[in-house]
Design a protein around this ligand. Structure first.
Ligand code: LLP
Length: 420
């Protein structure tokens, strides 16, 4: 459920008219609904209300500090994958004891930062990473809380590029090596083994792959305990999909919770979750202006002012985003368009042969479900300014990341003296 709706044929986010907002900030612009973000966090937390659980929002999905701050206010911790994300989480007021550090390539500096601030847990993905963390912890006279992310060899995920739990993927340690690794880690003085972590992919629309992976992990925990290893926590990652309007109906968090309870209750572990898309995805839209309606030799193109650098998901994962007119016209004919951006690549296409109400230059359109992995994956390709972000809350709204000026865009670039 989200708070984007039509009032008198004008698209609103909560009580804010998106035409007025987009006119004021300029297009393209990402617009988030605070009520939707809060609601998604509440629904997910409520599903596990009776359990000992930490919901560590996956910062990578939408890392704007205002977004993190309001989720922190709802009790969210943070799942981070870089030193930068640790700093964002802290700046948003998320306590270090609620920060879980994931990722396959943590650097010395990032590990040192995480130890200095005292994060809740490192999700370790290899033996060399364990050794590095142990060494840095020893130098600092600290103890690192560690879970191993295991690779259960289960396929799941809405696209080949976001499936992470198969044996061929770079993520996690193979189940077959896990027991030996836990045995070794237990003997390292500056390491405290806390638990097991797993994450099999993103935009997963069925419970089966989760259940299959979690069952394997539950068996591993029982096995590790038999071998004398105390496992207190189980991090089940993120991955729960959302409806993008393409016909999929992913499970409700309550059904997900019911399955998890069935699989994990006998273990008596503290659960950790890392939802990203499920919290932010349907809480944001990208509003763009129609520049031209172009008649090609074979098709009609809707040329927008947004491009693949602003929302890369369709180009990268062939993903579907519903496209809604920001203002509806009575009796508008339905027309088939290829919806494209101005970047000089054929892949700069948001939708192929999409049926939309007839559009005119100057109209705004909204890409729905763009709150997760939208703005965070934007770039300045083609020297296009990073797309700004606005947050709506009831009848209020504010810009939460402004559009940079040309000077700001090139501020970090320097011409060496020999070229002067
Ligand atoms: N935890 C870990 C270790 C992850 O790698 C991810 C996502 C999450 C949690 C959050 O997963 P979620 O709940 O959002 O599915 N850019 C892609 C998605 C990449 C997901 C990467 N990992 C997209 O736009 O679809």
């Amino acid at each position: 459920m989200h708070h984007f709706h039509y009032k008198d044929d004008r698209l609103y986010a909560e009580d804010v008219d998106l035409t007025a907002l987009a006119e004021s900030v300029g297009a393209p612009v990402y617009i988030y609904s605070e009520a939707t973000l809060r609601r998604h966090m509440q629904v997910f937390s409520k599903a596990f209300a009776g359990d000992d659980a930490l919901v560590a929002y996956s910062v990578k999905a939408n890392s704007n500090i205002a977004v993190l701050k309001l989720l922190a206010d709802e009790g969210a911790g943070a799942d981070v994958v870089s030193g930068g994300e640790i700093k964002r989480a802290l700046r948003a007021g998320i306590a270090p004891e609620k920060i879980v550090f994931s990722g396959v390539g943590k650097t010395n500096e990032e590990i040192a930062l995480a130890l200095d601030v005292g994060i809740y847990q490192f999700n370790v993905e290899s033996e060399p990473e364990l050794d590095l963390i142990a060494g840095i912890a020893q130098e600092k006279g600290k103890t690192a809380p560690v879970a191993f992310r295991v690779n259960p060899d289960v396929a799941g995920g809405g696209h080949e590029k976001i499936s992470t739990g198969r044996a061929e993927d770079k993520f996690g340690v193979p189940m077959a090596q896990a027991r030996a690794l836990y045995g070794a880690a237990q003997k390292i003085p500056n390491i405290r083994v806390t638990g097991v972590a797993v994450h099999i992919g993103s935009q997963i629309a069925e419970l089966e792959p989760f259940e299959s992976a979690f069952t394997k992990v539950a068996e591993l925990i029982a096995d590790l305990r038999t071998g004398g290893c105390a496992i207190e926590r189980l991090d089940l990652g993120g991955g729960l999909g959302i409806p993008y309007g393409e016909g999929l109906t992913p499970p409700h968090p309550d059904a997900y919770a019911e399955m998890i309870r069935r699989v994990t209750a006998p273990l008596g572990v503290r659960l950790i979750f890392e939802p990203g898309r499920m919290i932010a995805g349907n809480a944001g839209v990208l509003v763009s202006r129609v520049l031209y309606v172009k008649a090609g030799a074979e098709k009609r193109f809707l040329v927008l002012d947004a491009a693949m650098n602003d929302l890369i998901r369709p180009a990268l994962y062939d993903s579907w985003h519903d496209i809604w007119p920001v203002m509806r016209r009575d009796g508008a004919a339905t027309v088939e368009y290829d919806v494209v951006g101005p970047v000089c690549e054929t892949g700069d296409r948001f939708a192929k042969a999409r049926q939309l109400p007839e559009m005119r230059p100057g109209d705004f359109v909204a890409f729905m479900s763009a709150g997760a992995y939208g703005a965070v994956q934007a770039s300045q390709y083609n020297t296009r300014a990073l797309v700004p972000e606005a947050l709506v809350s009831g009848s209020r709204w504010a810009v939460i990341r402004k559009r940079p000026s040309f000077d700001e865009m090139v501020a970090a670039e320097e011409v060496p003296d020999w070229l002067d």
